[in-house]
Every structure is written in C-alpha cells, then in structure tokens.
Design a protein around this ligand. Structure first.
Ligand SMILES: Cc1ncc(C[n+]2csc(CCOP(=O)(O)OP(=O)(O)O)c2C)c(N)n1
Ligand code: SF4
Ligand SMILES: [Mg+2]
Length: 348
C-alpha cells in the first residue's frame, strides 16, 4: 500500500519535528496519568541532548515520586538520602568540575527536610543545576502537606485545608533563594499547556548552559500537577495550576545575574568617589534617586533590597590597595550618606 499519495499528509515524507531524546531511556515510567514528572524529565533529556553533554552528566536523584529518574534518563546517577541531593551534587561537582551535575528534587525533599542543603548550596554558589518540582504536596507518601501547600488546600495532614494559624504560610522557594548573593539564575515555570512547556524547556536548557559557562548556582522551579493526590482529573489539575497555583507562585524569571560579592559592603560604601576600589572590588552606582509625579525624590526599585550600587570584582592589574578608606572614614563608621551608593541624605 502506498502511504505517499499525492496531496495527502504522509508520515513517511513529513519532516521530523521531534524525536525520542537520546538521553531518555525507552522504558515505561511508573508515573500516574497526568503527572508532571514525566514531562519535566523529558525536557531535561532534550536539554542534555541539545547541549551535547549527556555522556558527561551526573544526576543526583532525591527521595520522592521522582526517585526512579535514574531508570528513565540515560546518564550516570547518584542517589542521596532525603533532602541531601545538593550536598552530594556539591561533592561531585567539586571533585570533577568537568562533569555536568544536576539534582532533581520534589518540594518535600528540597523545601522541608532539605532546606539547609539547598540554602547553603545556593549561598556558596555551587556551579550546579537544580530542577525543583513543586507539586504542593508530598506525592510519594500519599499527599501530606508540604511547605509549598497553598493556604486552604486540602491534604492528608490538613483535611480542612492549610490554615496559616496552625500550619504557617507556604514557602516561595525561588524568591527565598533570590535573596542569596550566590544564587545566579532562578526561574519558575509550569508544565501545563504547550506554551508553558516550551518556556520550561528554555529555562532548563538555560540553567545547564549557565553551568557550562561556570556561572554558579541555578534552579528551575517547575509547577507540576499531581492529580492523584489533589483528587483531580489530569485536566482539572493543569487548570488548577494555571488558575490558582501560579497566582501564588508567579511564573517567570525570579533572578538572573552574576553573583554579588561583598554584598554587606553595600550598606557601607566607601566615602570616596564612585570609582573607589576596595580589596579588589569596585563600587559602581547603579541608579540614583528620581523625582516622582509630586516631585518627591524616590529610588527606582532595586532587586532584593539593593540600594543604589553594586560591588564588582576588578582585575588584579587595576587593584589599588591604597584606595582602602582611612580609619574613621564614613565607610568604617557606617555612615553611607553622601557617598557614591547613597546620594540622598534624607533616606534612612
Ligand atoms: C529521612 C526520610 N524521611 C521521610 C521519608 C519518607 N518520604 C519518602 S518520599 C517523601 C515525600 C516526598 O515528597 P516530594 O519531595 O514533594 O516529592 P513528590 O513525591 O511529591 O514528587 C517522604 C516524606 C524518607 N524516605 N526518608
Ligand atoms: S503521586 Fe503525584 S507526583 Fe507521584 S507519580 Fe502520581 S501524580 Fe506524580
Ligand atoms: Mg511534592
């Protein structure tokens, strides 16, 4: 039978627009219908293929529904106890900087038992990539409340819905890590409809590209459906992410910048001109105050509390040790008013 009848779309002659990723094993996964882990791991495999790094990639599997990722991706894997994946990834990357190292962690794993590990890996700006799958519950163990469970959301351990008075408030992991100078690239995505899946792919690929460029810590937070524990159909679950979850956890780039060194000096910039150099770092004024409609001077919004300036490393060639502030200068006494980074004396 001739499948290539003229004028009829043909599977034989049609251009190949997608194919099974080399980094994805051809095995059936154990994920429930509508689960977001499968899509996310497929995107991960695509990114490793596209960047050509599959053979030198090591994944660190966490505890949770995703643990069997080591059976689904064709890369080397290490499994770590609950929450410890960033610590293990740190060791692997430091011992073998030539490898591409990532962790793949759920919200129970990363944001509850593993909070310390992720915070300090980000603070140290470990050059690793973290894929953080936020499905608002402990999926594997039957849907208990996680740090990410929304206020009012029902779970096995909060049957009437999360009550902030009793259970506290959900943790926005990406925003929390954004306050750390070492966190370089943080983006939140979802795997609900095709546009979001494409954005998720771009974010995952970019996070790995940053690691290849030796930029430091990156994390992609993926809002992911868990229809089984949410008591929803797969289509209800993606709708719930689009209409409810992503309002509390907004999608988009949360942070994308170089690590900031000597951040504490932002509060105590040197008393000298904007060109002042200190201990091999250079202080630049980013933006001064601007007049609003009523003529009042206000500062333009700076990300994460940055106030008017930033420190950047300078090459050793330009380093001028004599430019340290003299003892008793404004910098040492903590008086920032009138200095390069804080030109509005009336500001607190
Ligand atoms: C030290 C330790 N404590 C508790 C558990 C039980 N446990 C296994 S998976 C899991 C929750 C995983 O939830 P999450 O990280 O959100 O992953 P998901 O299954 O939702 O993808 C827990 C508490 C464990 N395996 N080890
Ligand atoms: S329980 Fe939830 S997270 Fe786990 S496989 Fe099923 S849908 Fe996915
Ligand atoms: Mg989870």
């Amino acid at each position: 039978m001739d499948w290539c009848t003229e004028g009829t779309p043909s599977l034989v002659t049609a251009p190949v627009v997608t194919r099974h990723p080399r980094a994805l094993e051809s095995v059936a996964t154990h994920y429930c219908p509508g689960c977001g882990h499968g899509i996310t791991q497929r995107l991960l495999a695509n990114a490793l293929d596209e960047l050509g790094v599959r053979e030198r990639t090591v994944g660190v599997a966490a505890i949770g529904c995703s643990v069997l990722i080591y059976n689904y991706l064709d890369v080397d894997f290490q499994e770590l106890p609950h929450g410890r994946a960033p610590a293990g990834a740190t060791g692997i990357k430091r011992a073998r900087p030539d490898l591409v190292v990532f962790t793949y962690q759920g919200d129970g794993d990363l944001a509850a038992i593993g909070t310390a590990e992720i915070v300090h890996a980000a603070a140290r700006s470990e050059n690793i990539t973290v894929i953080f799958v936020n499905n608002c519950v402990y999926g594997m163990t039957g849907g208990q409340m996680a740090p990410t469970t929304l206020v009012g959301q029902r779970s096995e351990t909060c049957r009437e819905g999360r009550d902030p008075k009793l259970h506290g408030y959900p943790v926005r992991v990406a925003e929390m890590l954004a306050t750390l100078d070492g966190a370089v690239y943080l983006e939140r995505v979802s795997v609900t409809h095709p546009e979001n899946v494409k954005a998720a792919y771009r974010a995952i690929r970019k996070a790995f590209a940053y690691q290849l460029e030796d930029r430091g810590f990156s994390l992609v937070e993926v809002l992911s459906p868990c229809p089984t524990n949410w008591g929803m159909t797969p289509s209800e679950a993606v709708r719930w992410i689009d209409e409810v979850v992503s309002r509390y956890y907004p999608l988009g780039v949360i942070k994308d910048c170089a690590p900031v060194h000597f951040a504490h000096l932002l509060e105590h910039p040197p008393a000298e001109s904007p060109g002042a150099k200190l201990h091999g770092f250079h202080y630049e004024t980013v933006a001064g105050p601007e007049a609003d409609e009523s003529g009042r001077l206000t500062r333009p919004q700076q990300p994460f509390g940055r106030r008017g300036g930033r420190w950047t490393a300078i090459s050793s060639k330009d380093f001028q040790p004599e430019s340290r502030p003299e003892s008793g200068s404004q910098a040492e006494s903590g008086g920032a008013a009138g200095s390069a980074g804080d030109p509005t004396p009336e500001d607190p």
